[in-house]
Design a protein around this ligand. Structure first.
Ligand SMILES: Cc1cc2nc3c(=O)[nH]c(=O)nc-3n(C[C@H](O)[C@H](O)[C@H](O)COP(=O)(O)OP(=O)(O)OC[C@H]3O[C@@H](n4cnc5c(N)ncnc54)[C@H](O)[C@@H]3O)c2cc1C
Length: 447
């Protein structure tokens, strides 16, 4: 047997979804793999992202449902217990890094703990030791952007929010992205007095704005104070908390979340030294085979400069694509399916495919069908008194996109993905018999 030129066939830098989902089948295919991780195995999503936040959101969703059913089968409201919710979240996610690590090691994947830095096109150094591989995959993810203002040391990031054991009375959230709005929803539902500072007139710019306005109105109804066109200039410590100074006046607070965005982890990992092209804000440049400017180095996940969303499912898809590429199962360029996205607020917003904005801009190509869900009998049974769906069809009548605002928007959008991705003939859509009565059946009914 020929002697191995490198220690590994593939060496991953990072152990998040962009790495571990693809690494598992690659190891099963007989590849020798290493994976370098400086923090918790599993990366952002299991440890300080999706899993943690959806765990915190569970009682929010249940409380909303209970509140809605008052006088319609339920009496007695519920109260969100911040500390118990925090403890439950920690229980849910606490075992994940160990479980994921054990799963990787059981397949023979060697886990290397420490910060990795590229040395050359086949080598990564960790703690002064070099590890070599035929191919390297950079999957270093992203980190929180931090406002560069006086008093920035008093600001907290999204990971701190997920680690916040004690409920603040007053919280200021700076930012208008999905993390800002989701965390505002959780805090406000628990009874914290929340001020949300939007840098512009609008929030969630990638979502259909009339839906976002409904969401903001709902947050205001929950007591959130929303400020628009705000530029924070400093944070100062006060006798009873902190003060955020802005162009619109000062806001007193006990705890301040800086949710001004996330940036790809491209600094300090040797990209310049090895000649991997990247943009500090957009991420690592790759070709349509996820290959960087250095042929033996590939990249996946949040660190990529990509058009599709920086989401767990896109990171997984990219990792799985590389597995197919490395095993020879494909030589084709990566071809993303329709990528759904959601904001887990209450109500939720979700969308997939051609957006209402794109459809409205091209009436020669698309038709839009609107459904007012507040009058839908199933939603009336749930007493979900708000909700709208916009379904986008091409001129041949095929469903090509959908956007929804409602308490079940995530499930509704999830239920139409096969129709859009597989370009199901409008006639054939009728061949899908859904369970009845469900969100799925009601969503299909409105198409
Ligand atoms: C609060 C929050 C909520 C989110 N909610 C959702 C959601 O609801 N749905 C969804 O789809 N997505 C969500 N996301 C996004 C999702 O978490 C990311 O898209 C996904 O985790 C990206 O995976 P990744 O493997 O690219 O990066 P990561 O999971 O970030 O993994 C990168 C890993 O690389 C490690 N690393 C970095 N540099 C080095 C180095 N030099 N040496 C060694 N290790 C290194 C890091 O420690 C990290 O563990 C959320 C993110 C956040 C922050």
């Amino acid at each position: 047997m020929a002697e191995r030129k490198y220690q590994y066939d593939v060496l991953y830098l990072g152990s998040g979804h962009g790495a571990f989902n693809g690494a598992m089948p690659l190891a099963q295919a007989g590849f020798k793999l290493g994976m370098i991780e400086v923090d918790k195995i599993g990366g952002t999503c299991p440890n300080r992202g999706c899993n943690a936040k959806i765990s915190l959101d569970m009682p929010v969703k249940v409380k909303d449902a209970v509140d809605q059913m008052q006088g319609a089968g339920l009496t007695g409201t519920t109260k969100l217990d911040w500390k118990a919710n925090y403890e439950h979240e920690k229980k849910v996610i606490g075992a994940l890094p160990k479980a994921i690590g054990a799963g990787l090691e059981s397949l023979g994947i060697e886990l290397i703990h420490g910060k990795g830095t590229l040395v050359d096109e086949h080598t990564i150094a960790v703690n002064g030791q070099n590890y070599t591989a035929d191919k390297l995959v950079i999957a270093t993810g992203a980190h929180y952007h931090q406002l560069d203002i006086p008093g920035q040391e008093y600001l907290h990031n999204g990971t701190d929010f997920l680690d916040l054991a004690d409920q603040p009375n007053r919280m200021t959230i700076i930012g208008g992205g999905y993390i800002a709005l989701e965390f505002a929803t959780i805090a406000a539902t628990a009874g914290t007095e929340v001020t949300l500072m939007l840098h512009h007139e609008h929030a969630l710019k990638q979502f259909y704005q009339p839906f976002v306005e409904e969401l903001l109105a709902d947050l205001e109804a929950k007591g959130v104070h929303i400020m628009k066109n705000v530029t924070p200039s400093a944070v100062t410590k006060q006798a009873d908390g902190y003060q955020v100074e802005t162009n619109q006046g000062n806001v007193a607070s006990d705890w301040i979340l800086d949710a001004t965005g996330r940036l790809p982890n491209v600094e300090g990992i040797g990209l310049d030294e090895v000649g991997v092209e990247y943009d500090a804000h957009k991420g690592i440049a790759v070709n349509d085979h996820l290959q960087t400017s250095v042929p033996s180095i590939y990249a996946t996940g949040d660190v990529l400069d990509k058009e599709v969303g920086r989401l767990t499912p896109t990171a997984i898809y990219e990792g799985m694509y590389l597995t197919k590429l490395f095993t020879g199962a494909t030589t084709e360029p990566i071809n993303y399916p329709a990528v759904p996205s959601a904001v887990f607020t209450s109500p939720r917003i979700a969308q997939v495919g051609v957006t209402p904005d794109q459809a409205q801009a091209h009436p020669d190509q698309y038709d839009i069908k609107e459904a007012d869900l507040s009058q839908d009998w199933f939603r009336l049974a749930m007493r979900a008194n708000q909700g709208k769906t916009l379904s986008v069809f091409d001129k041949q009548g095929y469903l090509v996109g959908m956007a929804e605002v409602s308490s079940e928007a995530d499930n509704a959008i999830g239920s139409v993905l096969p129709f859009i991705e597989y370009h199901i003939d409008p006639e054939k859509m009728n061949n899908f018999i859904t369970l009845f009565p469900t969100i799925e059946s009601e969503t299909k009914h409105h198409l």
